[in-house]
Ligand binder design. Structure first.
Ligand code: HEC
Ligand code: HEC
Ligand code: HEC
Ligand code: HEC
Ligand code: HEC
Ligand code: HEC
Ligand code: HEC
Ligand code: HEC
Ligand code: HEC
Ligand code: HEC
Length: 342
């Protein structure tokens, strides 16, 4: 066993050295195809950067000489001299965080995402000049290209499961929910495309908007929690984009008093809270899926405690909610709580 371990370790080391050297080479060639004069920005090594510049470079009208033309960095102030309406970017978290987190000073900020802009600038806004389009415009990017740009810096953390997530595979773009220059969230917090997390989701999940209007709901409407308290829109290990590994772990992360273990467990509670509850809203109180006693009678035969009017004078007609007597419905720790009455 030990010897095998040794060989496996050697192979692992060798293959990672190999992988690193490949990465290094790729880095170098990306740098060669970019500007040689200035240092590289992370975004400049995104393949789409070169791709989006290609149409201009290879168009039939171009001579060999013009393919020598390389865009160079000209600095944010130059961009702003024509794009005065982007002044607001100085307040953007990116402009503020770049120098600290990435060592990118403000003058280099625009071109970190848009690529070097000298050719675009000399085109002076003339759309008939192919050089105009040498600036990278993420609005024209595919979802994949946008993600490549953003994930240069945001790959880890919450985005760990972006690749293969429902949203990624349904071709959502980072820009479906975020906006770099026209964020609608107050103070540009989280750079959301709409005013709140909920409104951002409602762009596509209209049904959920309707469900939240129901009388019983958790305090989302009241602004005390958001969809992102339960879901990670960027993908997750759990089902249904849940932040936790299962529905019950999700519910119990806040309602820990329902966690148990109890002396007397009620099996449907252990199995799945959604056997009885609806997460987004319900017409019935306490977010219940059905009205009591019907809720309970989905599993417990009525013959046990008849709840219909045909049995005169019966107790269960008056106390139809079942939980009047079986009040510890999530489980009981009382020695004689086997029927969840105490
Ligand atoms: C000489 C003026 C000028 C300068 C300098 C300039 N731009 Fe532009 N740019 C324009 C004009 C005009 C347009 C077209 C109108 C518009 O979209 O606002 C444009 C359009 C754009 C677009 C959209 C392109 C498209 O595909 O439609 C982007 C992105 C852009 N500029 C970014 C930049 C950045 C980043 C810089 C600095 C590196 C810069 N610009 C410098 C004049 C300029
Ligand atoms: C963090 C990346 C990033 C940085 C930094 C950045 N932008 Fe942008 N820019 C984008 C994205 C993404 C879009 C697409 C629209 C959006 O998200 O608002 C865009 C859109 C634009 C557009 C409009 C394109 C169109 O067709 O409407 C202009 C012009 C522009 N940026 C200029 C600038 C200038 C000038 C700066 C620096 C002051 C800058 N950008 C900094 C990411 C960035
Ligand atoms: C060059 C690196 C870089 C690129 C490219 C980049 N970002 Fe960022 N972004 C940062 C840094 C640094 C912060 C500051 C917070 C942090 O350290 O995570 C940040 C913060 C954010 C935030 C959090 C805002 C807040 O209020 O907390 C969002 C959302 C965001 N970026 C989205 C994007 C999107 C979408 C793109 C692609 C269009 C993008 N970023 C491209 C570096 C980058
Ligand atoms: C379906 C909508 C949606 C999409 C698509 C989306 N985001 Fe987000 N993003 C959000 C919401 C909502 C938040 C706020 C989460 C919260 O409040 O915890 C957020 C927060 C963030 C943050 C800051 C908080 C954190 O988790 O670090 C970053 C950075 C970010 N997103 C980057 C991206 C990038 C990069 C992409 C594309 C790969 C992307 N987002 C795609 C909705 C989205
Ligand atoms: C641009 C449209 C769009 C936006 C915005 C959007 N979604 Fe989605 N979402 C989708 C699509 C498409 C699906 C797949 C639906 C399907 O397969 O029926 C989906 C699926 C989901 C699912 C189900 C995942 C699964 O595994 O079944 C959840 C949960 C979800 N979205 C949450 C959110 C949240 C939370 C937000 C806001 C932060 C959000 N979505 C914003 C388009 C969007
Ligand atoms: C308290 C936690 C919680 C909150 C808050 C929450 N969800 Fe969910 N969501 C869930 C659970 C749990 C499921 C799984 C339902 C299932 O498996 O039947 C789910 C499922 C979904 C689904 C896919 C299945 C379906 O029911 O259509 C979508 C889409 C969705 N949620 C969107 C949202 C949106 C949008 C918001 C914000 C308005 C939101 N959720 C807020 C817990 C939550
Ligand atoms: C992020 C925290 C959080 C998560 C996760 C969460 N809840 Fe809640 N829940 C709350 C808050 C806050 C309230 C309101 C409590 C109050 O008003 O005392 C609430 C209230 C409730 C109520 C009472 C509603 C009423 O009308 O009185 C039920 C039932 C409930 N949650 C079930 C669930 C279920 C089932 C899940 C899992 C799908 C879940 N919760 C996940 C925070 C959460
Ligand atoms: C067998 C059905 C059933 C299951 C399964 C179930 N509940 Fe309940 N839950 C109820 C009933 C019935 C009520 C209303 C109790 C009342 O009115 O006294 C309730 C009320 C609640 C409440 C609000 C009142 C309170 O007691 O705090 C919360 C929170 C709650 N349940 C969370 C959960 C969680 C978390 C799970 C999963 C671990 C879960 N429930 C599973 C039937 C169920
Ligand atoms: C999804 C199915 C399901 C639902 C809904 C459900 N139960 Fe149960 N319940 C069970 C199962 C399974 C048992 C365990 C039966 C056993 O051990 O023989 C149980 C056990 C019980 C017991 C203890 C009985 C015994 O034989 O030990 C009581 C009391 C009870 N449930 C009451 C309720 C009440 C009241 C409701 C409605 C609020 C309810 N149940 C809803 C499935 C359900
Ligand atoms: C007036 C109080 C009361 C109400 C209301 C009530 N129960 Fe009971 N239930 C009891 C008592 C007491 C027992 C224990 C009987 C025994 O030990 O023989 C019991 C036993 C049970 C058992 C276990 C049966 C068995 O044979 O051991 C189940 C399941 C049950 N109830 C379900 C329900 C359901 C479902 C409702 C609502 C339709 C309900 N109960 C309403 C008092 C009540």
């Amino acid at each position: 066993m030990k010897r095998h371990g040794h060989w496996i370790a050697t192979i692992l080391v060798l293959s990672s050295v190999f992988a690193l050297s490949r990465l290094w080479e790729r880095g170098l060639s990306a740098q060669e195809s970019g500007s040689k004069k200035k240092g590289q920005t992370p975004a400049a090594s995104v393949p789409s950067a070169q791709e989006s510049a290609k149409p201009a470079e290879t168009s039939a009208a171009q001579s060999v000489a013009s393919s020598e033309k390389q865009a160079e960095y000209i600095g944010a102030e130059t961009c702003l001299s024509c794009h005065a309406n982007r002044e607001g970017f100085k307040q953007n978290i990116h402009a503020k965080a770049f120098p600290h987190a990435k060592g990118i000073d403000f003058p280099r900020s625009c071109e970190t995402c848009h690529g070097p802009g000298s050719l675009h600038a000399t085109a002076g806004g003339d759309r008939n000049n192919p050089d105009f389009f040498t600036i990278r415009n993420p609005k024209r990017f595919s979802s994949k290209e946008v993600a490549n740009l953003c994930l240069e810096c945001h790959k880890g953390g919450g985005r760990f499961h972006w690749e293969g997530s429902v949203h990624e595979s349904r071709d959502l773009s980072c820009l479906s929910c975020h906006s770099m220059h026209e964020a609608k969230s107050p103070g540009g917090k989280l750079l959301l495309a709409k005013a709140t997390v909920m409104d951002t989701c409602f762009q596509c999940h209209n049904m959920k908007k309707a469900q939240l209007q129901r009388s019983s709901h958790m305090p989302l409407r009241e602004g005390k929690m958001t969809c992102a308290d339960c879901h990670n829109p960027h993908g997750s290990m759990g089902p249904t984009l849940l932040k936790q590994a299962s529905v019950n772990e999700n519910c119990l992360s806040c309602h820990s008093e329902k966690k148990g273990p109890f002396l007397w467990e009620h099996p449907p509670v252990r199995e799945n809270c959604l056997n009885c509850h609806q997460p987004h809203g319900s017409q019935h109180d306490k977010l219940l899926k059905a009205k009591r006693p019907r809720l309970c009678q989905q599993c417990h035969i009525e013959a046990q405690h008849p709840t219909s009017a045909s049995t005169p004078g019966n107790l269960h007609l008056a106390a139809r909610s079942c939980t009047e007597c079986h009040s510890q419905i999530h489980g009981s720790n009382h020695p004689s709580g086997v029927r969840f009455q105490r």
